[in-house]
Design a protein around this ligand. Structure first.
Ligand SMILES: Nc1ncnc2c1ncn2[C@@H]1O[C@H](COP(=O)(O)OP(=O)(O)O)[C@@H](O)[C@H]1O
Ligand SMILES: [Mg+2]
Length: 288
């Protein structure tokens, strides 16, 4: 039995290109099994840096602290090993891969995950007789997950993100998450506060998948997403530090008052008129 908590201790992160200027200046955070934690913060506070550092993005270097997942220091592991251990990052801006179908892409990812962290040589993911998933079993699984997310089955044969609308890209991220069944899901939703459709897709996807075995780190600038996904805890990230943590009410206070009061409380100046400090999403007209 391993402890299934994500434990972030005094995490310090800098850009790989400039390792002396730390973006994250000591983050402490624990996400327990089955818990949903929201990270909110003004633009440029380090939210995306945190998501990328947790998954091992090569553009960032960890200059201090540790990240334990299932009692393993994952900072020493490559991003693919972190994924094999059940960590998952939903990208804000997913990349298109022309020529590769959604089905092949997800099947490859699923087989890689099934092979395990140490790529157990007894398991050959491409061989259904040796622990891999058969085509039939895989199709069944995809059909079930697409039904869960109310997606058309034709989606599976399209090329990854090629010509996808914003909403379709979000759906594909959610489908990957549904098939891979991560135990720690990190979602970076920084800018999508502007797109109500994308927001609903993510919220429906996450809510359909929430289970006592999955921890969620939900990163968002605007509190609106939290009207759809109810967090257990809310943390405010500003200038590379968590300056306040609280319950769901904290997000509602931020929506009312913006980030300025919390920043002031922490001893920072904040320009209350600056749009970067509001947590209320601009009015949008739902598309379609
Ligand atoms: N790869 C990078 N190289 C240099 N500076 C970066 C890099 N990534 C982020 N930054 C800087 O770090 C700060 C935090 O960025 P980011 O994590 O994207 O914030 P957020 O997601 O909260 O808006 C910003 O000032 C940004 O310009
Ligand atoms: Mg961001």
């Amino acid at each position: 039995m391993t402890d299934q908590h994500l434990q972030i201790r005094d995490l310090r992160v800098a850009p790989a290109a400039d390792p002396t200027s730390e973006i994250l200046q000591g983050i402490d955070l624990t996400v327990g099994k089955g818990e949903v934690h929201a990270i909110m913060g003004p633009n440029g506070s380090g939210k995306t840096t945190l998501a990328y550092a947790l998954m091992g993005h090569p553009a960032y270097v960890v200059t201090g602290g540790e990240v334990l997942w299932k009692d393993v220091n994952v900072l020493e592991l490559s991003p693919d090993k972190r994924a094999r251990m059940g960590m998952f990052l939903a990208f804000q801006y997913p990349t298109a891969i022309p020529g590769l179908s959604v089905a092949s892409f997800i099947r490859t990812a699923l087989n890689a995950r099934r092979a395990g962290v140490d790529r157990n040589p007894e398991i050959d993911p491409t061989d259904p007789m040796r622990g891999g998933i058969s085509m039939m079993e895989f199709r069944k699984l995809m059909r079930a997950k697409m039904a869960l997310l109310r997606m058309d089955e034709s989606f599976a044969t399209r090329y990854v993100n090629e010509g996808f609308s914003g909403g379709e890209k979000k759906r594909l991220e959610m489908l990957q998450m549904a098939v891979l069944e991560p135990e720690m899901a990190i979602l970076d939703e920084t800018d999508s506060g502007l797109d109500i459709d994308a927001l609903r897709i993510v919220a429906e996807g996450v809510n359909a998948m929430l289970n006592p075995n999955m921890g969620v780190l939900l990163i968002t600038h605007y509190q609106r997403l939290l009207n759809y996904i109810v967090p257990d805890q809310v943390h405010v990230l500003a200038r590379g530090r968590i300056i306040k943590s609280g319950g769901r009410d904290l997000a509602l206070d931020l929506e009312e008052q913006g980030y300025a009061p919390v920043l002031k409380e922490a001893g920072y100046d904040a320009d209350e008129t600056d749009a970067a400090y509001t947590a209320r999403a601009p009015e949008t007209v739902p598309a379609g």
